[in-house]
Design a protein around this ligand. Structure first.
Ligand code: SME
Length: 153
């Protein structure tokens, strides 16, 4: 996969969307539909001291629709502003279980002006599904999503 080309494609879909919510949902759909190892994909937006689930796509809804910043893998990434890659969720004490099938997870903060606005959360049914290239690509997607939050606030 040529990640640079995919990023350009994602930027086009964001620019074409009429609202921020529509843009975010389109990106989520894209990330879910075009990658075999992306089992569940969602965005959490920061609201006060919590992360609140925005658009998502996957086989099942998660019960974790609101996560305090600092809790779980999602909350850790929001607190630090750093990407979290968990190769084996069964070995990470912070992990908040959503789906029994999940084996690995990546959480990528969406940042603007040094502030965490939200994050991309992807669960995979494969162990160690996320490579350094995936991380770099998804951090690129997060950069594209930062202005989207401004349009959907
Ligand atoms: N596993 C996450 C919670 C969100 S679900 O994966 C959708 C965590 O540990 O924060």
């Amino acid at each position: 996969m040529d990640y640079r080309q995919v990023l350009a494609q994602i930027k086009e879909t964001i620019d074409a969307a009429r609202t921020g919510e529509e843009a975010a949902a389109t990106v989520i759909d894209y990330l879910h539909d075009h990658f075999d190892h992306h089992s569940w994909v969602g965005i959490y937006w920061v609201r006060g001291q919590d992360l609140v689930l925005g658009p998502w796509k996957g086989p099942q809804a998660t019960e974790h629709t609101r996560i305090p910043i600092g809790t779980g893998v999602c909350g850790a990434a929001a607190a630090s502003g750093m990407t979290e890659v968990v190769d084996d969720v069964s070995k990470d004490a912070r992990y908040l279980a959503c789906f029994p099938s999940t084996k690995s997870e990546i959480v990528v903060p969406i940042i603007a002006d040094g502030r965490v606005l939200g994050e991309i959360d992807i669960d995979s049914d494969r162990l160690a599904a996320f490579t350094p290239e995936d991380r770099e690509f998804l951090e690129g997607v997060a950069v594209l999503l930062a202005p989207v939050r401004g349009r959907s606030a």
